[in-house]
Ligand binder design. Structure first.
Ligand SMILES: Cc1cc2nc3c(=O)[nH]c(=O)nc-3n(C[C@H](O)[C@H](O)[C@H](O)COP(=O)(O)O)c2cc1C
Length: 308
């Protein structure tokens, strides 16, 4: 599985990863888009853009806005659907020497279950459940699945039953108490938790007096959200026993290491892929150098080692 560096391997669920650095969903396409820019074979994993049952057009433009120390996006889960993924995206991904994590998103439990079933015989290593989608069916409002412990547990249980693959549940930071949702996902059988997805935000153009995004609100990502993501990683680390994959504003090796200290077993790099596609590989090398310098045998020694 790609280039091995001493001490970087980690285990999540039944899977071993050559290193703990992954490309985050929606920021790395389906790998192919980045193949000329990055040493893809050296990555810990690629998490695909979230896949839905049917193709989705996404939201109207403008749907990206650069904000102070971050970006707002309202892509709206644009993707070509599971059939296209299996037929046209997976053939490229399956030949890579990196783990492939398929991110799935649905409008109801049944859709998540169906997606997991469709992926069961496909050459993907794990499923990441994106529950940051509005629960249209039960609330008829913009309330996200990930804002409700019962809904979270219901989706995780449905996916768990439908697959033998490693299951990762991705949490939203748009909640009052993230530990409650993390515990619900753990109780329902997820192998790991990834966090955080984007924070809901908005920005305004005072000249036109309109919102910057056609969708009005969007998801905030990038350096601006790192302190929130670290706080939530630390809180969840103390609340659950399963591995945590830290995400949010990781732009450098130093950022990544802070997540390990707060309890992450692995990390994902998102917005940084748009700024400099080499970030992700430089973080892998950076962590390796840090281990050598600090005479650590394994990155796993760092997880949760925050001194307080
Ligand atoms: C343009 C864009 C598209 C995204 N699409 C998805 C997606 O399809 N599914 C998902 O789970 N997260 C999606 N995310 C969220 C990222 O995977 C990540 O959780 C978030 O951006 C925080 O990490 P970052 O600050 O490193 O970007 C998207 C983020 C961005 C910026």
């Amino acid at each position: 599985m790609g280039k091995r560096l001493n001490g970087l391997a980690v285990r999540i669920g039944r899977l071993k990863f050559i290193n703990p650095v992954m490309a985050a969903s929606g920021t790395f396409g389906y790998g192919q888009e980045y193949k000329e820019l990055v040493r893809i074979d050296g990555l810990g994993a690629i998490v695909t853009k979230s896949i839905t049952l049917k193709p989705l057009k996404g939201n109207a433009p403008p749907r990206i806005w650069e904000s102070t120390a971050g970006m707002l996006n309202a892509i709206g889960l644009q993707n070509d659907g599971i059939e296209d993924f299996l037929a046209n995206r997976l053939p490229f991904l399956k030949d890579l020497n990196t783990r492939i994590i398929a991110s799935i998103a649905g409008k109801c439990r049944q859709e998540y279950k169906e997606l997991a079933k469709r992926l069961e015989s496909a050459p993907v290593d794990a499923i990441e459940i994106n529950i940051s989608c509005p629960n249209v069916e039960h609330h008829g409002s913009a309330r996200l699945f990930a804002q409700d412990a019962k809904e979270t547990a219901g989706i995780v249980r449905a996916v768990r039953k439908a697959t033998k693959k490693t299951v990762i549940t991705k949490l939203s930071p748009n909640v009052t108490d993230i530990t409650e949702i993390a515990k619900a996902a753990e109780g329902a059988g997820t192998d790991a938790i990834s966090l955080i997805n984007t924070l809901i935000g908005m920005d305004v153009d005072i000249t036109t007096q309109r919102p910057r995004l056609a969708n009005i609100t969007g998801g905030l990502s990038g350096p601006a959200i790192k302190p929130v993501a670290l706080r939530m990683t630390w809180e969840v680390y103390q609340a659950v026993k399963i591995p945590i994959i830290g995400i949010g504003g990781i732009m450098s090796t130093e950022d990544a290491l802070a997540f390990f200290l707060c309890g992450a077993r692995a990390i994902q790099v998102g917005t940084a892929n748009f700024v400099n596609p080499q970030t992700i590989t430089s973080i892998i090398d950076g962590i390796s150098n840090y281990l050598k310098k600090n005479r650590l045998k394994s990155i796993q020694e760092l997880t949760g080692r925050l001194k307080i």
